[in-house]
Design a protein around this ligand. Structure first.
Ligand code: ATP
Ligand code: MG
Length: 372
């Protein structure tokens, strides 16, 4: 069986560090290792519209931003197909059939949907006075549409962050139900979570559980060095760590979570001597030592944040440089999306043909029905 990847992002804003460690960095590695037959990367504009129906311009404008982030992070259009979801109408048709295989009650139990409904402030009652009051049906059903996205490409592997686990489980259930009802047709995908625990769900700069475009607590891949420094300086740490000499908490401290996600041994060698302050010196050689020193007291937040800024800026600098180059040829980026979308349409159509055949709704190709 072919090994195929499908994954993607909603064009609701530029991509941030959470996307990078949760999925994007992994995609680039997988692309370069060459162990997959095909890699499809989807810009999920139709999904983004499910909670942005009143602001299609936001989604429209962010398609190119996400594409630029992809390419500058290292996705290579020679090795992956980047495509726009709504330009592949086969996905909508698959969603329509899968909707019959999922109950309203099962969708209501999906913990990510529950959490996102709460986050977006959709109320449980809707008296008709405000059309944004309740949950849009399209939003409620997006896990089904996501199952269509994954199965349309017969994806075996879906590299995503931890919040997507319930979506993958729901998709696998749909595949099993479809295959049991209509015969073996669809492929059950596996989730590929980040190996590093800090990357499963990167917290926001405000210390909230998830860095998320909708929460405004992000460091973007396209942020300038100054913006990164400013955001890191303003980061939540341990509120009890007032004096440098006070013992500090490492657990739940996002500065350490970011260091867990981004720092490498060479960063300690490279930047160790840069941040020797008047009172405190930067005496640790690796992250474990830094944690121990912070816990014991004696390592200041400013010092630690300066180190984090250096690590992040080193990681982001090549991405920024590639972005600056790509921004000079926006029509060229649209050409990449057009080509990727053409490939996606072909692959999704082949699956849709299989699906219609299995469901026996391919009427005009069915000689037993037509009689010739
Ligand atoms: P929105 O607020 O519009 O939902 P988002 O910031 O949650 O945006 P998505 O486009 O929904 O981003 O997520 C795309 C991918 O990035 C998914 O695989 C998701 O798991 C991953 N991801 C998003 N945020 C994080 C994070 N903070 N940590 C790890 N992975 C993340
Ligand atoms: Mg999201």
């Amino acid at each position: 069986m072919s090994k195929i990847i499908l994954t993607g992002d909603r064009p609701t804003g530029r991509l941030h560090l959470g996307h990078y460690v949760g999925s994007l960095r992994r995609r680039v590695e997988l692309q370069n290792q060459g162990g997959f037959d095909k890699i499809f990367i989807m810009i999920a504009d139709a999904q983004a519209l499910t909670d942005n129906a009143d602001n299609p311009e936001k989604v429209r404008q962010n398609i190119i931003q996400v594409a630029l982030d992809y390419l500058s992070a290292g996705l290579d259009p020679g090795k992956v197909n980047i495509f726009i979801q709504s330009m592949v109408p086969q996905l909508t048709e698959l969603t329509f059939y899968y909707m019959n295989l999922v109950t309203v009650q099962r969708l209501q139990r999906n913990p990510t949907v529950k959490q996102e409904i709460k986050l977006r402030g959709f109320s449980e009652t809707d008296d008709g006075s405000d059309n944004k009051a309740g949950t849009p049906v399209g939003f409620f059903c997006y896990p089904i549409s996501q199952a269509a996205d994954i199965t349309a490409f017969k994806a075996t592997t879906v590299p995503v962050g931890e919040d997507q686990e319930p979506m993958l489980e729901q998709c696998r259930e749909i595949v099993r139900k479809f295959n049991a009802t209509y015969g073996e047709t669809l492929v059950e995908p596996e989730i590929l979570l980040p190996e590093n625990a800090a990357c499963l769900r990167l917290p926001g700069t405000d210390g909230k559980a998830k860095m998320s475009k909708s929460l405004g607590n992000c460091i973007y891949l396209s942020d300038s060095e100054e913006e990164v420094n400013r955001k890191v300086r303003g980061m939540f740490t341990d509120p009890g760590h007032l004096q440098v000499s006070d013992p500090g908490k490492v657990e739940g401290n996002p500065v350490f979570t970011y260091l867990d996600a981004f720092s490498r041994p060479e960063h300690f060698e490279r930047y160790a001597s840069c941040f020797v302050g008047k009172k405190a010196s930067f005496s640790f050689k690796n992250l474990d030592e830094a944690k121990a020193q912070y816990r014991a007291g004696g390592l200041g937040d400013i010092m630690l944040k300066n180190f984090l800024s250096a690590v992040l800026n080193e990681t982001l600098e090549p991405i920024r440089q590639r972005r600056a180059e790509l921004e000079k040829d926006i029509p060229g980026v649209w050409d990449i999306l057009r080509k990727g979308t053409e490939e996606a349409v072909k692959a999704a159509q082949a699956t849709l043909d299989d699906v219609r055949k299995s469901m026996r709704i391919d009427y005009f190709n069915d000689s037993t029905l037509i009689g010739r």
